[in-house]
Design a protein around this ligand. Structure first.
Ligand code: SF4
Ligand code: SF4
Length: 284
C-alpha cells in the first residue's frame, strides 16, 4: 500500500503525521518512509542517523560548436526555450532543460551529445529495525524536483513494505509527482481561513488524480465548523483531529515524536491507519 501525506499549505504538521504514522506502524511491520519534500526535507530530524546518499542525475545536451552549422533545428524543437540558436553560436539554458533528449535526436550534424548532470541525492537510512527512511534532497539552485522525487519513490518501491510518502506542501508539479500511483492520501489541514482555502486546492488535486483522500485536522482549537462543513459537502472523512496543545508543540520542537514521547497516541495513529486502508479499499 502506498499512502501519501499532503497539505495545501506548509506548516500544517504534514511531516509530523507521516513520521508518527511510520513510527507506529514500524513497530509491527516493515515501512518505507519517503521524504518527497525535496526542497526542504525534514523527516530525518525525527529519525536522526547516518544515511547513504546516492546521486540523482539527468541527461543534458552538450553542443559541439565545431560540428554545428547553426541550422536552428534544435531550437525549433525545444518546447521549453532551453536552446536559442544565434547566427554565430548556440545558447543553452540548463535551468530550462527538461532532459527530453529531443534536440540530440533532431540534430542533423550529430553536434549534440548528452552528459549526466547531478541535480540532487536520495539517501537511505535505517533508523529503526522495521523502518527505512528515503530522503530526497534537491541540490541548491537546481529547478528540477520531479526526477529526485521519482528516484526516491523508485528506490523505496524496491521492497514490499508499506510506503508512506511525505509530499511537498502546495499543489505544484512536485506534489503531483509524489501523489502519482498512491492508493490513498491524508490531507492535513488546520482550522484557519488559509487552511481551508489550501485544503480546497489540495482536495481538488487528489480528486482529479482519482486518489481517495481523508482529512486530518491538526492543532484544532475546537472551532472546526468551516472545515467540517467543507468535508461534509465534499464527502471527505475527517479521520483524526489533533488538538492545539502546548505539550504536543514542545514535544515536536525538541525533535521528538508524539507517539514516542506519549505512547498512548499510538492507538490513535493505528486507528488512522485502519481508516486509510479502508479509504484505499484494502480492508481493515
Ligand atoms: S540542430 Fe545541431 S547543427 Fe543545428 S543548430 Fe542545433 S546543434 Fe547546430
Ligand atoms: S533535452 Fe529537450 S528540453 Fe533539453 S534542451 Fe534538448 S529539447 Fe530542450
Amino acid at each position: 500500500m502506498k499512502l501519501a501525506v499532503a497539505s495545501g499549505k506548509g506548516g500544517t504538521g504534514k511531516s509530523m503525521i507521516a513520521a508518527n504514522l511510520a513510527f507506529t506502524l514500524s513497530r509491527t511491520e516493515p515501512v518505507s518512509l519517503v521524504d518527497c519534500d525535496v526542497e526542504e526535507p525534514n523527516l530525518h530530524l525525527f529519525f536522526p542517523g547516518q544515511g547513504t546518499p546516492r546521486d540523482v542525475t539527468v541527461p543534458v545536451p552538450v553542443i559541439d560548436d565545431s560540428l554545428c552549422d547553426r541550422c536552428g533545428k534544435c531550437g525549433d524543437f525545444c518546447q521549453y526555450g532551453a536552446i536559442t540558436v544565434l547566427p554565430n553560436r548556440v545558447l543553452f539554458f540548463a535551468e530550462l532543460c527538461h532532459s527530453c533528449g529531443g534536440c540530440t535526436l533532431v540534430c542533423p550534424k550529430k553536434a549534440i551529445r548528452e552528459e549526466q548532470k547531478r541535480i540532487g541525492t536520495v539517501s537511505l537510512s535505517l533508523p529503526l529495525p522495521f523502518l527505512d527512511l528515503f530522503t530526497g534532497t534537491l541540490d541548491t539552485g537546481s529547478p528540477h524536483a520531479v526526477p529526485v522525487i521519482r528516484e526516491a519513490k523508485k528506490q523505496a518501491a524496491a521492497g514490499d513494505s508499506i510506503m508512506i510518502i511525505d509530499t511537498a506542501p502546495g499543489t505544484s508539479c512536485p506534489v503531483v509527482e509524489a501523489l502519482e500511483g498512491c492508493d490513498a492520501c491524508i490531507l492535513v489541514t488546520e482550522s484557519t481561513p488559509f487552511g481551508l482555502h489550501d485544503l480546497q486546492l489540495a482536495a481538488d488535486v487528489t480528486a482529479r488524480l482519482g486518489i481517495p483522500a481523508g482529512i486530518v485536522i491538526n492543532r484544532s482549537d475546537g472551532n472546526d465548523e468551516e472545515i467540517l462543513r467543507f468535508c461534509t459537502d465534499h464527502d471527505l472523512d475527517v479521520m483524526m483531529t489533533i488538538p492545539f496543545s502546548r505539550e504536543i508543540a514542545a514535544i515536536q520542537s525538541r525533535g521528538d515524536l508524539l507517539c514516542r514521547a506519549r505512547p498512548e497516541w499510538q492507538k490513535d495513529f493505528m486507528g488512522l491507519w485502519v481508516k486509510c486502508r479502508a479509504l484505499a479499499g484494502a480492508g481493515p
